[in-house]
Ligand binder design. Sequence first.
Ligand code: F6R
Length: 255
Amino acid sequence: MKILILATKNEAVERTVRLLHTAIRKKPNLVLGLATGGTMLDVYQSFAKSALSAGLETDKLTTFNLDEYIGLPANHPQSYRTYMNDNLFANLNIPLSQTYIPRGDALDPEEEAHRYEALLSAAGGLDFQLLGLGENGHIGFNEPSSSLASRTRVKTLTRSTRDANRRYFGCDEGVPKLAITMGIRSIMDAKSIVLLATGSEKAQAVFDMIEGPVSASCPASALQFHQNTTIILDQSSAAELRNTEYYQHVHKDGV
Ligand code: F6R
């Protein structure tokens, strides 16, 4: 794992955006795995803006989102399809037909999950996966106790994830209980992975992911087995780490 600790959230976001640029410049037809959530909002805003100003070629990308809530049609204001269209795709030169997100309103969600995994594999797998981190250590919606060998499937969301997402739905009853999510194995098959976590509320999960044992109790700890993962942190999310001096020695200020 490459651990980059930046001074501020903004610098951590910009570092993430730079890695995206580098990967796309190297391979314009990159198969790119994308996350949603609050952390990614700044990333997508900065990425779309800088891609335009830098003349980055994005029309050959294929994107696969990690997850979608079950029960929400694509045009629901809180669906991840709406989130992605509004926050990234509308501001980027990419045909929507090259952007994949599980269908939350599929009649048979299990079948939709299989279809999605098959699409991913037909695209040749992920070149680059962008991840956020749940306060409980989840990646995608792989909640604690998820099989570390899991593929795309239906998952029940935990109380803590539903609480964290209640702000978007206004009331508790509105927050979906189930989601389709890429599995941990599907994510681990990506050739490279970049995870961004900022803020003190992520500090415990960051510790568990990097310095804790590999365990389904912290799904992100599976990344310890990945050969090309970069973790980008700010000072607050890195606060619980014990080997900070070493990480700073190897990559001073996240360089
Ligand atoms: C959603 C996803 C989740 C989020 C995580 C962090 O697509 O991948 O794993 O990355 O829940 O969410 P925020 O950034 O809102 O704290």
